[in-house]
Write a protein that binds this ligand. Structure first.
Ligand code: ARG
Length: 268
């Protein structure tokens, strides 16, 4: 049950460009508040007994705090990110270097555009993959081939939910919570077929990035404002740990965006 997460302190966090509808550079964001909120997230993981590793933040990369986008790590295999927007391009090599420096040998420098765990969510027997705004569908195939796990493509249609992890999160290895309106009709049907017992979230809860949550299978770390979703998770027997990441939401991110899960050991 113990998880290993990679995080990046928002020492250089800012909203100075707009690459998603949440970002308003004219209003900016308060870095000190963001750092305090991020520290509560990190402590929440440590209090749950999880291991948190840190990557050094790089000046000039204000979105680097969103570690989920840095890579996809399954069975110790590291599939590197290749960002859509030039403003974030340098984050891909920075995250890949962290894994190489920490002894990971099975590392793939992706040929196709993908934003790591922002668009790839791993369950026991498959990987769900978003496309439509950031990650190219060709990267879904590349990841499947590299990881040896089936990758299921899901089409995102609402620009507010530009990454898969803004619209869906795995509750455990075999079930998910999601907001249907973020997906095309065909992908909604795929989700209904795969997860008949899913937690279906409301638009209100999705609109506060309530689905950008992190579950270890027992505990769910989730944006505090997602009230109904929290009630439903409790009803299903999950422990709910609300966090306030409102300052990071000004860049379009929540708890999951700040968290890259490392599955499997280096050399595994
Ligand atoms: N400002 C960042 C971007 O638009 C936010 C990334 C959020 N990360 C995530 N995993 N959804 O790229």
């Amino acid at each position: 049950m113990t998880r290993h997460y990679l995080m990046c302190r928002p020492d250089h966090f800012a909203v100075e460009y707009a690459i998603n509808p949440w970002m308003h550079p004219e209003s900016g964001a308060d870095r000190e508040v963001a750092i305090r909120q991020w520290e509560t997230l990190r402590s929440a993981y440590e209090d749950l007994g999880h291991r948190v590793s840190l990557i050094d933040p790089v000046e000039g990369l204000p979105d680097m705090v969103f570690a989920a986008n840095g890579a996809l790590v399954v069975d110790g295999r590291v599939y590197g990110a290749r960002f859509t927007h030039p403003q974030r391009a340098a984050e891909g090599p920075a995250y890949l270097k962290w894994f190489v420096d920490h002894g990971y040998e099975r590392v793939r420098d992706a040929a196709f555009t993908n934003e790591g765990e922002g668009d790839f969510l791993t369950l026991d027997h498959l990987v769900l993959a978003g496309t439509g705004f950031r990650t190219d569908i060709t990267a879904h195939k590349e990841a499947q081939e590299f990881l040896g796990r089936p990758v299921v493509t899901l089409q995102l249609v609402d620009p507010r939910f530009y990454h898969l992890d803004t619209a869906l999160f795995p509750l455990n290895g075999h079930n998910v919570a999601y907001f249907p309106g973020a997906f095309s009709p065909g992908s909604q049907e795929v989700l209904r077929n795969l997860f008949p017992d899913a937690v279906v979230a409301s638009e209100d809860d999705a609109a506060v990035l309530g689905l950008n949550a992190v579950s270890d299978g027992v505990n769910v770390v989730i944006n505090a404002e997602a009230a109904d979703l929290q009630l439903e998770l409790k009803r299903r027997g999950f422990e709910v740990i609300p966090v306030d990441l409102s300052e990071l939401r000004k860049a379009g991110g929540g708890p999951k965006c700040c968290t890259l899960e490392i599955r499997g050991q280096n050399g595994a």
